[in-house]
Unconditional design. Structure first.
Length: 403
């Protein structure tokens, strides 16, 4: 096993990318990366793991790109230099009254039809060239659109097409967070129909959900599939780091779906589709898709808006090295503690096993890396560890990660 330093991995915001196929393979990471590894669809890798679901078209006209994650293949479902000011328009979140009552899948699809768009990008020659296609969700009536960071990664041009329109609209990338695989883009518009987001914490295992997106960049309207929430708080690893607190669903998610919404039967967005698992010759992975939870999405949207307006996001830093447990148990093993770091000051020792952060279970290295990455400097976190047969809790006040 290898050690990982939290200060070596930074969670920067690159342009989104189209859905790609992901591979999964066990890897060690520092505390800024995750346990399951995911590859970008534009950079094919081993077919054993997780794949992003952005459709990328290159010289061969095929869909390429791969994510790698452990024990399954994940599929991943393009940067502007000008300084466009982003308003602080609130994301529309359902009120208590709006959250009551069910609707048919057809009604859900109809409600979201004008809030889901096709995003097409021209990929920089330096990144291999070609075109990529994904999906986006309308956030504001004046043109803010949310998508996956991998959909617009390395893009020299981004265009958006709305339902019922034949001509695409030029878009610019306002901000991108590769670590959380979300990006904010903007078109000049008025009167757009915005999507409504579900309240954080409202998603439950067993809920019926609908995935909407432009699968395989097919002409016509978006592809609509349905399923249930199979699991919550899943963690996978990508080339850009760990993605945690993901929703797992059996709703069919295909290339081109990246950045599209996962919605409940009330037509509220509960997640942003990002990757799917792919099996290999030794194991199968059927109907396993992943969406970034609305709980994370709402937080990252505000961070992206701040970044678009010139703010520099700083990540939390704990100061430890990590290794995976060889016994398959929960948590991540501390392999080194930097002198004077927050971990050192808190009393964390080498060989401690981190089980939870702020009450949230840690699923391997990826989970710890993501938890610390998403925290902010100055934040005090409660870290539960297992040491010499005992469960102990320490408080660590994080500092800013340095490059």
């Amino acid at each position: 096993m290898s050690d990982f330093n939290l200060n070596e991995n930074s969670s920067q915001l690159p342009p989104p990318q189209l859905p790609a196929q992901l591979e999964m393979s066990p890897q060690d990471h520092d505390d800024s990366s995750s346990h399951n590894h995911v590859e970008d669809r534009r950079s094919p890798r081993r077919r054993f793991g997780v794949v992003f679901v952005a459709a990328v078209f290159g010289l061969f006209g095929g869909i390429i790109g791969t994510y790698v994650a452990q024990d399954a293949n994940l599929v991943d479902l393009n940067n502007a230099e000008s300084t466009t000011q982003v308003t602080s328009a609130p994301v529309v979140v359902a009120s208590a009254d709006e959250s009551s009552g069910d609707s048919l899948i057809a009604k859900v699809a109809e409600r979201l039809a004008n809030s889901v768009v096709t995003i097409s990008t021209t990929v920089n020659d330096e990144a291999g060239g070609g075109r990529a296609v994904g999906t986006g969700v309308v956030l504001t009536s004046d043109g803010e659109i949310l998508t996956n960071a991998h959909v617009v990664a390395d893009a020299s041009e981004v265009v958006v097409r709305f339902a019922g329109e034949t001509e695409p609209r030029a878009a610019k990338i306002l901000a991108s967070d590769a670590g959380n695989d979300l990006a904010l883009i903007k078109v000049d518009a008025k009167g757009l129909v915005v999507a409504t987001f579900a309240k954080p914490g409202s998603v439950q295992i067993g809920d019926t959900v609908v995935a909407i997106g432009y699968a395989l960049a097919l002409d016509g309207g978006p592809t609509v599939t349905s399923g249930i929430v199979s699991a919550l708080k899943r963690t996978i690893e990508t080339d850009s780091g760990a993605l945690n607190s993901l929703i797992q669903t059996d709703a069919a998610i295909s290339s081109g779906n990246s950045g599209g919404p996962l919605v409940n039967l009330k037509g509220e967005v509960v997640g942003i589709n990002t990757a799917v698992a792919r099996g290999d010759s030794e194991s199968s992975a059927n109907n396993i898709g992943f969406s970034i939870s609305v709980d994370e999405v709402l937080i990252v949207i505000e961070q992206l808006r701040e970044q678009a307006n010139g703010a520099v996001r700083k990540e939390g830093f704990l100061g430890v090295g990590l290794a995976a447990r060889e016994d398959g148990g929960q948590g991540a093993i501390i392999t080194n503690v930097q002198p004077g770091s927050p971990a050192d000051k808190a009393g964390i020792l080498v060989d401690d096993v981190v089980l939870a952060v702020d009450g949230e279970p840690i699923d391997g290295q990826a989970g710890l890396v993501a938890a610390i990455r998403d925290a902010v400097p100055g934040q005090t976190v409660k870290i539960e560890i297992f040491r010499d047969g005992e469960r102990l809790t320490f408080e660590a006040t994080l500092i800013a990660r340095t490059e």
